[in-house]
Design a protein around this ligand. Structure first.
Ligand SMILES: Nc1ccn([C@@H]2O[C@H](COP(=O)(O)OP(=O)(O)OC[C@H](O)CO)[C@@H](O)[C@H]2O)c(=O)n1
Length: 348
């Protein structure tokens, strides 16, 4: 029996009013290298061509009308191979030069490949830190500072929120706040993350999910600290109070329905329980799983995992524009990313 609620499938068009639109793109993973394959050898990776796909996405977005407010870059902007070839900075420059042709703000999420290439301190100082686009709203104590007083930049998480138009808010989460990637070994977060990872994953290769009860506990994933979850909770409480609709953005999916278990955030259940304790969240946007995925959860939250550009063949594409209406999101996908509409649950 089809249990899809009647409000789930919005029409691609309709009578409701268009509020604004934004672009989405995930897992570009550019490197000036010949094509390769994913770890299992099952999917080709077009490292060099991903730059051309980005260029054509930018060209398409530039042709769109003035209601395109911003672009969300969902992480893994360059591939980890750049670190081995000492081309991290030049690869990033090439990709950012493409993005600069856009005349609208770009919000950057950090994925595992950012952390293969750069330290957190470097990322914080770089153009991949788009936190200056954050909204200033008054929140409670959990949001006033990050982590413990006196914590260094190395210990911080990279998360912020913004409201492009009244009644809609976007929250970018740091899915590698708990991680051994990109953090200095001397930091408490590195030590705590390594301890947690080793407790959950006894394999010698911490990237291997073999035999794990919770396969998401691999090195190429990460999780959310309690401090970040407290901050997230406070932003969502603000949005509930102000009757906003919220789209949450993170590199790693947080719902098993929208991802293979090996590509979920370590403590995805904690993130989900914060989301489900509020009314306002309508959608969670992620990358990381290059096949993409979609799931409508029992609380009416649409979980959309975007396909990865790096595994998109040159003759195809996988970016999109999402049109925001007062009752739904409408995805205009390109090629591999298909058109769809995601209605808001009536009590949202
Ligand atoms: N079973 C595995 C899987 C991966 N690795 C190694 O882990 C590193 C990251 O893998 P990679 O596939 O490059 O990560 P992505 O973020 O691009 O993709 C995530 C999902 O797989 C996409 O669907 C890399 O060094 C791998 O070799 C491993 O050792 N064992």
């Amino acid at each position: 029996m089809d249990e899809t609620p009647t409000w789930r499938r919005g029409s691609l068009t309709g009578n409701s009013e268009l509020c604004f639109s934004f672009g989405v793109i995930a897992d570009i993973q550019y490197a000036d290298l010949e094509d390769g394959y994913n770890f299992w050898g099952s999917r080709r990776r077009y490292y060099r061509h991903s730059l051309h796909l980005l260029q054509s996405a930018v060209d398409e977005w530039n042709k769109e009308d003035s209601q395109l407010e911003f672009v969300l870059q969902l992480g893994d902007i360059i591939d980890g191979f750049n670190a081995q070839h000492k081309t991290s900075e030049s690869a990033l420059r090439r990709v950012m030069n493409k993005f600069k042709k856009l005349r609208i703000p770009i919000h950057h999420t950090w994925g595992n490949h950012e952390l293969y290439n750069f330290t957190r301190d470097y990322l914080t100082q770089s153009e991949l830190n788009s936190k200056s686009l954050e909204d200033q709203i008054f929140l409670g104590s959990a949001a006033s500072g990050q982590d413990s007083p006196g914590a260094t930049a190395e210990e911080h998480y990279y998360a912020y929120h913004f409201s492009p138009v009244p009644k809609f808010r976007f929250i970018l989460l740091d899915a590698y706040d708990l991680s051994i990637l990109g953090r200095d070994k001397s930091t408490q977060k590195y030590q705590d993350s390594l301890k947690l990872l080793k407790e959950k994953n006894p394999n010698e290769n911490l990237n291997s999910p073999t035999g794990l009860a919770e396969p998401q506990f691999v090195e190429f994933n990460g999780g959310f600290s309690q401090t970040q979850l407290d901050w997230f909770n406070e932003v969502l409480a603000f949005s509930d109070t102000n009757q906003e609709k919220v789209v949450v953005v993170g590199h790693i999916p947080v719902h098993p329905g929208s991802s293979e278990s090996v590509c979920l955030a370590w403590n995805y259940k904690d993130a989900l329980s914060v989301i489900h304790s509020h009314q306002c969240v309508v959608c969670f946007l992620a990358g990381h799983l290059h096949d993409g995925g979609y799931y409508l959860d029992s609380h009416g939250v649409h979980h959309l995992t975007l396909e990865g550009i790096v595994e998109t063949p040159p003759e195809s594409h996988a970016f999109g524009t999402i049109y925001v209406y007062d009752d739904k999101l409408v995805l205009k996908g390109r090629e591999n990313l298909h058109d769809d509409a995601y209605s808001f649950k009536p009590d949202k």
